[in-house]
Design a binder for this molecule. Sequence first.
Ligand SMILES: C[S@@+](CC[C@H](N)C(=O)[O-])C[C@H]1O[C@@H](n2cnc3c(N)ncnc32)[C@H](O)[C@@H]1O
Length: 403
Amino acid sequence: MVGAESSRSSPGVDEPVWNAFVEGDNLDVLADLAEASYDLIYIDPPYNTGNDFVYADSVRGPRNGAGPAGRHAAWTAMMRPRLEQARRVLAPTGAIFVSIDDHEVAHLRLLMDEIFGEDNFLAQVVVNLNSRGRQLGKGFATNHEYLLVYARAAARCVLDPSSPDAVDPRDFPHTDEGEPRPYRRLPLRNTNKKFNPVTAPTMHYPLHGDPETGEVRTTPFDGGQAILPVFGDATSAVWRWSAPLVDARPGDLVCRWVRTRAGERVDIFQKDWLEPGRRKKLRTIWLTEEVGSTDTAVAEVKALVGPLFESPKPTGLVRRILSTMPSDARVLDFFAGSGTTGHAVALANLADTGTRTCLSINSAEPTRPGSNAANAGYATVAEITRARLRAVAATYGGGLSEG
Ligand SMILES: C[S@@+](CC[C@H](N)C(=O)[O-])C[C@H]1O[C@@H](n2cnc3c(N)ncnc32)[C@H](O)[C@@H]1O
């Protein structure tokens, strides 16, 4: 197990050390970690832009340099065993977030589907880290990259994709007599065309509804008419609720007239209640105003240890990721770079008195000759990670274990 030697700066004897750092090739370090020992993994691997990734493993798979297909194959071969290890060390209730850009997002998505299972895919988030857009080079001014989010097991995952902001009550305009909670209407029909009478035959069945009273039942009744789910173009659709669920929660449904281009018809809606304290769901587009930018990230590193790292992530991005998991999450970042994840964990703990812990891993990759880091005497990226995490502990507390 990793994390033996400790250079704590502030936590008490019984308090967890917030940050730990291990220098080494992540494949070797991951192999030493216990199964199911992390709740949240965030990684930001090399994006394979052509000069940020050297194939280093000794024998496995193809090497860089055999054209685009060879480059993708080499990158995938580098990532595969690391993601397999990531799955092994992830708790059954845990989740993994991976930053990636257009170079490898397609390959990474397929690889993650293969390793974590398509059913455990939670989101492909677009993250805008450069609001001006990249001005260098030809072509579009790219603003964004991605986060691929997978659960270890979707049914057990504790990830809560809600934002700290309360929902806007104006989005819940309907009320029922004698019912204090307002609600909005959501179509009971499944609007995702992937689900249709062929792919989900048990969800295509008639419901009975009375648009005058709003009543909905699974069986015929006086004043009710049979209603089948249809898409806007009148093709057959399926309901989102099974018949037993409709029987169990008839008060959460309402039947009403809807106007369509083809005339009026009767349809069924779910009453989506505004419960007290209900929070907004996190969207799948995250903006620089919300999570910071590459520029703010560079400034964060500079403020702690100097301008040593060219492509860090903003702590705001990692803090938003942390906010989806419990405040005692055991966090792992095995492509730690400048140590943003450890920094974000300390900031999050300070903000909500959480007890998150974070293991950061980075190899002793040599810094680029002529870079600020090399000029400042940092021979390897691991030295930068260590320097920032020491500065985090000195500035915010929480300590640092160095293995
Ligand atoms: C894109 S950077 C991560 C940046 C980080 N998210 C931040 O905010 O500073 C990727 C890092 O992975 C490290 N790395 C690449 N291959 C590695 C390996 N096999 N084992 C450990 N670290 C590795 C590189 O040294 C680099 O620092």
